[in-house]
Design a binder for this molecule. Structure first.
Ligand SMILES: NC(=O)c1ccc[n+]([C@@H]2O[C@H](COP(=O)([O-])OP(=O)(O)OC[C@H]3O[C@@H](n4cnc5c(N)ncnc54)[C@H](O)[C@@H]3O)[C@@H](O)[C@H]2O)c1
Length: 370
């Protein structure tokens, strides 16, 4: 197979979909690898390193998309990349299609076979390609939240951990999965008062054991959410219903009743966000205010720390990429149910029920349209 690695073009996206060790392994398995020039620059990987690993460097993104059988990326394609779509192309990347009907329509019209990192689902219920970036984003959420709570950044001017004699900040985390747990680790470590809310009681039991009383767990309902969000200094949104739009847990009226200068970090924004007032922002222009509450809604947070994120991501994606390259999409999906769950679009059909439900589209089982 010919594997193409374009340079990411989303705002401040400095990660890359394949590192030189992956190029070497693909070459050893008999594949050809094309890398767009400067694709690794943001993660401090030079064209020379890719060449030494066995890749060919291409100057033109259009040529790369045109020649590759499989394009491996990090973020969902941007409008400038839509003209590169063509029938039969395998696209292996984060797609986050639920809130993106236009991109979905383009993939369907061009009959691109889109395999989304975020819906690859292992039999134990884990989402292995979401996990590493969720670990990064969860840890970052507290870091950025603490920064925006500082007065010069527009926040109410409170130190997360307080000091002896002065109470710490109130941090509320909505969703205790990978993002939420990693955020909790940071927030607890910084000395904040932390409430974590999830709808899964078994998850709350596990977290209660892990944190041993250093945070408060609460079952998710509108009563516990409004009771904790109103006095909060920092609220982190980290819920997920795989493949579907995030539930709007915090309504506009709740935001209006929060303290002026409080901060919300909506990590779940890539699935539409769990605050009614959220809209996606970029690293160039990361925040906006609604009723005096700062909203940070960057949909590619890990791009800010590419040295950590590129390697964490490709450690997780590479085994699946190799399987796709060795067996083709259909062959790999026949033997690997986790990969099958990752196929969101195939030959002009939506093949993921969550994506279809979010957009009111029809969907088909992959096996029915192969
Ligand atoms: N913005 C970014 O840069 C970025 C980076 C990484 C991940 N994310 C996103 O963060 C979100 C969370 O990812 P994750 O890996 O932690 O997912 P996860 O599946 O590990 O955790 C999600 C949690 O949400 C809980 N949940 C679902 N509905 C709920 C509700 N109504 N009330 C309370 N809890 C509820 C689930 O029980 C689960 O524990 C995803 O949308 C993911 O795509 C964003």
């Amino acid at each position: 197979m010919i594997i193409g690695v374009p340079k990411e073009i989303k705002d401040h996206e400095t990660r890359v979909g394949l590192v030189p060790s992956g190029v070497t392994a693909l070459r050893q398995a008999g594949h050809e690898v094309l890398v767009e020039t400067h694709a690794g620059e943001g993660s401090s990987i030079t064209d020379r390193e890719y060449i030494e690993a066995g890749a060919a460097i291409l100057e033109s993104a259009a040529e790369l998309w045109g020649r590759a059988d499989l394009v491996v990326k990090v973020k969902e394609p941007q409008p400038a990349e839509y003209p590169c779509f063509r029938p039969g192309l395998i696209l292996f990347t984060y797609l986050h299609l639920a809130p993106q009907p236009e991109l979905t329509g383009r993939l369907l019209a061009a009959r691109v076979n889109g395999v989304a990192y975020e819906t690859i689902l292992e039999s134990d219920g884990s989402l292995p390609l979401l996990t590493p970036m969720s670990e990064v984003a969860g840890r970052m959420a507290v870091q950025v939240g603490a920064q925006y709570l500082e007065r010069p950044y527009g926040g109410r001017g409170i130190l997360l951990g307080g000091v002896p004699g002065v109470a710490p900040a109130n941090v509320v985390i909505l969703g205790g999965g990978v993002v939420g747990t990693n955020a909790a680790k940071m927030a607890v470590g910084m000395g904040a008062h932390v409430i974590l809310i999830d709808r899964n009681l078994n998850r709350l039991r596990e977290l209660d054991d892990i944190f041993g009383g250093r945070l408060v767990t609460m079952a998710s309902n509108s009563y516990t959410i409004s009771g904790s969000v109103l006095p909060a200094d920092l609220v982190i949104g980290s819920v997920l219903i795989p493949g579907a739009s995030a539930p709007k847990l915090v309504r506009r009226e709740m935001i209006a009743s929060m303290k002026r200068g409080a901060v919300v970090v909506d990590v779940a924004i890539d699935q539409g966000g769990c605050f009614e007032t959220s809209h996606a922002t970029t690293h160039t222009d990361p925040i906006f205010l609604v009723d005096g509450v700062l909203h940070y809604c960057v949909s590619n947070m890990p791009a800010a720390v590419p040295h950590t994120s590129t390697f964490a991501l490709t450690n997780a994606t590479f085994p699946y990429l190799l399987e796709l390259a060795n067996n083709g999409l259909e062959g790999a999906c026949r033997t690997h149910a986790a990969l099958r769950a990752g196929v969101n679009t195939y030959n002009g059909y939506v093949t993921h029920s969550g994506v279809a439900a979010s957009q009111g589209r029809e969907w088909r089982e992959l096996a029915a349209v192969e």
